[in-house]
Design a protein around this ligand. Sequence first.
Ligand code: SF4
Length: 747
Amino acid sequence: MTFSPRFRQTSGKQRILNPEMPILTADPPAQTTDHPPRAASQRLPRLETLLGANGPLAHALPGFAHRPQQVDLAKAVAASLREGRPCLAEAGTGTGKTLAYLVPIALWLAKHGGRAVISTHTLALQSQLIERDIPALFAALPELDLHAATLKGRSNFVCLQDLEGAANDIWAFGDPIFAKLQRWANETDSGDVAELDFTFPQWSEVAANQDTCRGRECRFYDRCFYFKARKYAENCQLLVVNHALFMADLRLKQANPNGPTLIPKYDAVVFDEAHHVDDIATKAFGLEWGSRRVPQLVNRTKKLAGDGLIDPNSLAALDALNQSLLDPFLIAGKSEDFTDDLLREEADRADFRERRDEMCEGLNTLAKDLIAAADKTKDAATKERATGLARTATRVSTELQLVSESRADEDAFRWYQTRRLKGGMAVAQLVKTPLEVAPMLQSALLDEVPRVIFTSATLASGGNFDYVKKRLGLVARSVPSPPSPSEGRGGRSEVATSSGGRSDAASGPLPLPSEGEGGRGGEGYSAEPPVELIVGSPFDYGKNCLLYIPRHLGPPSSAHEYTEQVAKEIVSLVELAGGRTFALFTSHRMLHAVHEAIWDKTDYPIFAQGEMPPARLTDEFKKAGNGILLGTASFWEGVDVPGDALSLVIMDKLPFATPDAPTERARERAIKEAGGNAFGEYSLPRAQIRLKQGFGRLLRTVTDRGVVAILDSRLYTKSYGRDFLRDLPPSPRTDNIESVARFFGGG
Ligand code: SF4
């Protein structure tokens, strides 16, 4: 969590922009936080005025342009807030989504009081909100007198208690980087790791964490960066968080509705980049247990063993137990699979249970020894460390038990993942994943907060929200609550369309919810049906974009000849575009094969994923101005290269998820077992959304132009090809590479 004086706004002189037509006229929200309501009698300007070509935002934001799509989205958000209904809104690239939701939310907060949370997936969007859009909004509307803050997870802040403890550790003793960190901790106002201008590899040793934090009992509580930042956030009406923190908070609330939370109480939420909510919630409501947790705990306990407070043999035994527990997974030969498939034989299962129980017992014994050590020592820092490590040992034990057992009332599946680290060390992760998060989202969020807005440039599939509604739990109960006459809640759920062209690891050892606690079998949420809106991009795809889908490659295959053909096609296209290409792949195998095949066939510089961190790779690509970037998953979205440096986006094939991935297999199996159509209900809409994301890399500004090439003839030959094509922006289409040459000015 950080707080920034940039957000502090002093109360300005009241300015009434359009006294005739205030946009917000609804009653105060049913749910309020402890914030006092704001000046309800204040006349507020219309959205159209605020977002108009000569409105205050146009003056405050250089480059601001009036977009009817933006106004449509703002109206949908305003309706959701006014009527107390969720909202699903897809708005194409260039709509200006952030202001489209910030403006109605700011007006709503000014009128009704309370607090709203904006949750994003990427740091880039958070930065845009914090550094540009929210300050511009506040500058344009000083009369609203709102305060905003970003809220980060605990692990982003240095813990003064742990920093003091670490000063005596062997690894820190005499280390100049550690000394630099100590100097920084004395000078910083925020204690936020993002402020560090150097890398500190042992950050996790000094970061605030749930196990070692003593809260008000801590000697450093009055100076604690985490609690100071949290206190500041509690006085703000607008909080910016990431999805991971939001979901971690939700999970805590679901496990203990009256317990401590990570985010102060709120009345409205906007999920931007909402297409990630399902996956992030799935991770948050699941459990993961990694093989490095025990060695990390052992390492942190060694100092106490060196002081004679803990038996070093017990630590060595834990290391050995950890290795033996994970051996079956590391030697299985598959990098990921269902745990039940690996431990198919009863003898294997019994053997695993035995090793696991031994490990849990060892960890519990260590926890007791650490408590005894804390009682024995007179040194305050050692006492705090031993107590914190005891909590960690108990947590690691409990989570191992939970992740490895099957509960009949849990609708979840167990699987594992193995991989090799850079130094060659093999690590394994045991995972338990809920089949669906919809019931949890319903009970923990949608039933509690009626105003939840999901927006993204890619949220719909097939021109509707059916898929995402099911995944997010936005299926209202069959008997909705009666509409309020004053609000005119009509229970409608139509789709309006307009064309136009580091998180808190605070999740404790919580079991997955059972059916009765919000597990599968929920009947929908109790609020009204969502407001739905799909607006296209304001960019001129008809003029500035060409979609090229060759027929001659045939259906994708893993054959060497096919890869060679794809590589040849990519080289031809790249030459026409003069480099300036993103080549997006659906697998690392294909990326490497194509890289191998083209590196000596073109003079344009190639930047392949894995050669350097993704952000640097993108920067180098931009700097080159004529480069070819080869990327997989993370490059299909969120990478922004406006201007001439990117004029061609190639996708190697339709982005269906890897069918072998345990999550895909488990979900598809569940749909089939329930009598559904796994392809139509799950695989296809996911791939449609993904394809739109890849497509969206091309035009980033109104003046950008270029070609999107999808090297998959199934778009012509399969019936679902039409479903994909219908979802894409309205650009002309060709199967003739001569047209591509003409588009780029050649041929
Ligand atoms: S209150 Fe918690 S996070 Fe803050 S310094 Fe103390 S132990 Fe660390």
